[in-house]
Design a protein around this ligand. Sequence first.
Ligand SMILES: [Zn+2]
Length: 287
Amino acid sequence: MTKNPLEKAVESAVRANHYLGSQFAKMGNAEHPNGVIVSAYRVANRAMAKALEEDNQLLAAREVLRNLRSQVSTGINEIFRDAEAYGIEEAVRQLSFYDVTISTSTPPPGQSYQQASTSVLAQFDAEVAAIESYIIAGLDPVLITGDQNRSGLLTAGKILADTAFWATTLLWASFFGSADRYGGADQYDKQAVAVLDMRTTDCCLQVHGQVKPYSKPFHLTGTPRFADDIDWSPFHWRCRTSIVLYSSRYDDGVTDRMRAGAKYVLDQRANGKQFDQHPADAFVPGI
Ligand SMILES: [Zn+2]
């Protein structure tokens, strides 16, 4: 059976969600300890422990931090550039499902990723300033490097969270920017598409399938959430929820199935059971 444009857009949104998941893995996290940013911090932490044993601790520490900054900068720039390009491609792809052909073969590349890099590196530099003041104050090095069970000041946590935030933000900002440019704002509503697995937040289960006018924000009721009304994802830290261009003309039950799937997962959780599926999808099979 040929899929209608909305079904294709939802499928594409699920792929965008998996793409973001793979970008988060590329940076590194608990399940992906060899991601570029997590590995760079691990190496820096070992080097920092040695640096703090040297006579001129500050000089040695600064060298470690300079190297780390350059690796973080390279890593995030690549992730942000890719995410922004993906958002443009996603807009072109979703419009093509609705038979809107984009006349230019290559849409103009986005530039907002530089702003995102500036923001993350400002966070990095603030952390460097804190580390330097600990060294100057002669505080115990373990407060910087951490121990077996705890992170010290030199940890990837906040940088990873900020990078994930910006990757998702850039993807959907460039998606909407491009869709606008090609007339999407006049033609379509928008719909939030989460993928359902054991990691889907209550926030995104509640908003899954929600349709809003193109220029109006989504209304969030679940937790966690950054605010009650937000234009596009991320709706919370490490949010993977995608957005589709929506037309009710093609909604022959797609939204109902999404809603029923989310309700099923919420009911399971309310009964203390965990729903999971691999790969995660916008729907629950058989529902
Ligand atoms: Zn989410």
